[in-house]
Structure formats: C-alpha cells, structure tokens
Ligand binder design. Sequence first.
Ligand SMILES: Nc1ncnc2c1ncn2[C@@H]1O[C@H](COP(=O)(O)OP(=O)(O)OP(=O)(O)O)[C@@H](O)[C@H]1O
Ligand SMILES: [Mg+2]
Length: 351
Amino acid sequence: MARESIMQSQVPSDENDAALRPKRIADMIGQSHVIAVLRIAIDAAKKREEPLGHILFDGPPGLGKTTFATCIPREMGVSVQMASGPALKAPKDIIPYLTNLEDRSVLFIDEIHRMPKAVEEYLYTAMEDFRIDIVLGEGVSARTLNLQLKPFTLIGATTRAGMLSGPLRDRFQIREHLGFYTHAELTSIVETNAKKLKLQISGDASREIANRSRGTPRVANNRLLWVRDFAMSQSDGSVDRDIVQRAMEMTGIDELGLDRQDRRYLETLMGVFAGGPAGIEAIAHTMNVPSDTLVDEVEPFLLRSELIIRTSRGRCAAPKGYQHLKISPPQDDSASGNSAAGDDALPLFPE
Ligand SMILES: Nc1ncnc2c1ncn2[C@@H]1O[C@H](COP(=O)(O)OP(=O)(O)OP(=O)(O)O)[C@@H](O)[C@H]1O
Ligand SMILES: [Mg+2]
C-alpha cells in the first residue's frame, strides 16, 4: 500500500504516455552505454559550470530520443524549449527560440533532419559561437544586427542520421545512436510501467508482452495499455499470460510481434512471388498498399528479424520467414528468380 502511495505521488494522473515516460535518467532502462557517456558529460559540465556540449540522438522511432532530451535538462537543472524540424521553415522561425535561451538551457529540435538548409546554416554560428546575425529592414536600407546568445545546449533528434549534412553533424560534440532493446530490458520496462498503472501482472505475462514488442519501449507501452484494457473489460483486471495471448490475438499481434500487415507482406511474397526476388513496387501493387508504407513501416522489422532479405534483384523470403508462417519453401531451382516476379525485380533500393 505504501508503494502505491509513492507511485501516486510520482505520476501525475494525466495522459498515459506522459505518465509512463521516465522523468530522470536513473529511471531509464537499457541504453547503458549512452547513459554512461551522458552521466560523465553532465557531471563535467556541472563542475565547470558550463553548458553541456551539443548532443545528437539518432535511431528508429520510439526508442527514447525525446525521453533523453527531456531527462537531460532535469539532470542539469536547466529549462528546455522544444522545437520541431519541419515547423522551422525559415531562419526567422528559429530566432525566438534562440533569443529566449537562458544560460546553459537546452533547445531540443526533434526531427532535425527535416529543417531546410537555410535554417540549418543559420544554426552554425549559434552552435559554434553562440551568436546570430539578424537582418533588419529590407533592400538598401537593410542592416545586420549581430546578437550574442546565452551559452546553450542544442539537443537534436533524428530517425535519419544519414540525411543530416556533414557540417551540422560535426557540430554535435556527443553523437549517440539508440539501438533496440533486449527482451529482458523490455520486460523490465513493462514491469515498471505496470506498477505505475497499478496493474497486477504476472512475470510470464510481462515477458510475453515484451517479446511481442519489437525491441521498442513505445510499442511495449502501447501493448501494455491494450492488455490492461482487455483485462479490465474481459476479466477481473489482473493480467496473466493467457490474458496477454487473448488480447494480442484480438489485435492480430503474433508471438514475434508481427501484425496483420506484416504477415500479409510475407504471405504475398511467398504466395504470389514464390518467395522472390520481387520488386517493392510489385509487392505494393499486389497488396494495394503504398510502397513507402512498406519500406518505412513494414520492412525494417521483417529485415531485422531475418524473415526477409533485400538483394540487388529485389526482396526475398528468408528461411525464418517460411518457418514463422509454417509455409514450406519452394524446393526447385525455378524459385530462385524465374518466377512471375523476375521481370519486376528492381535494383537495390536505398533507405
Ligand atoms: N530507456 C527507456 N526506459 C523506459 N521507457 C522508455 C525508455 N525509452 C523510451 N521509453 C518509453 O517509450 C516512449 C517513447 O519514447 P520516446 O518518445 O522518447 O521515443 P523517440 O525516440 O523520441 O521516438 P520518435 O522518433 O518517434 O520521436 C516514452 O514515452 C517512454 O515511456
Ligand atoms: Mg520523439
């Protein structure tokens, strides 16, 4: 009971996502290498009474980039402003953020790779010398005002580090890649968050949710919230492995964490294209789904799980994919390229 009251005081009873997001670095699970680097940098910056060096986080969605960016200012005891790359359309859009900076405060720019070049270049002097030039007036009467900024820390987050220009990337002193979480780490996140939600859950139920969460804390949180609702509605509210399995089955999430669309992709590749190689456009047309959706949302996890492979001639089903769907792979040589897909096979697709 005492524990419950502690939980209550820690968690504002507002939105679930805000409630589940760790508030301090000590509450974050996994990413131990990143945390170790940050702890040293934060410690040194505090001792020197200087701002932390600029930090860039990259990695797939839902792995903790925004969480780090909100925890770091708390550790430093400074304020933070949040901006988003796509909303910064011109240099004038970023000026208010820069002029509002306080000493050692943090400016967080999410999806930083989506800032236009002009804004990016405008940031160079701000990052390096804490200085910007503001043009006043227009035409021949225009004047340039040189403005000194408060020393600050820029934290950038991106899902596409490759799309950042070299000069911008090099201006970040700390660059950390966030990788996927292990099953054990995700299990621990599920257990911690179940406590925050005051949910009774068994150990094997937590593990079952973690195993179906694609190495991603955000997915684990969403699955946990769904399982909680399912348990409340269909049972007495407590969660065991059977409840998890039934809840997951209802939303079409299988033991590996694949959803219906992922399995349809595999079935199309194996059934229609005899396992490939098949071009992404051909698969997309057959499934009647935009090829971007397949490339961005479906294929990364299938590739990572070694259920498919990408070759210069197109996508192929991998042995693990056949095993997972319990389909027997084609036996004869014709399966390796002369099938219906052969003509449509496109060259290697960049990310
Ligand atoms: N290390 C962690 N420990 C515990 N929970 C975490 C951790 N990292 C992320 N989470 C949880 O996952 C959720 C999603 O994380 P976050 O919003 O930081 O992802 P992101 O990398 O910013 O994703 P996107 O690229 O989509 O913006 C958070 O609300 C938080 O609850
Ligand atoms: Mg984010």
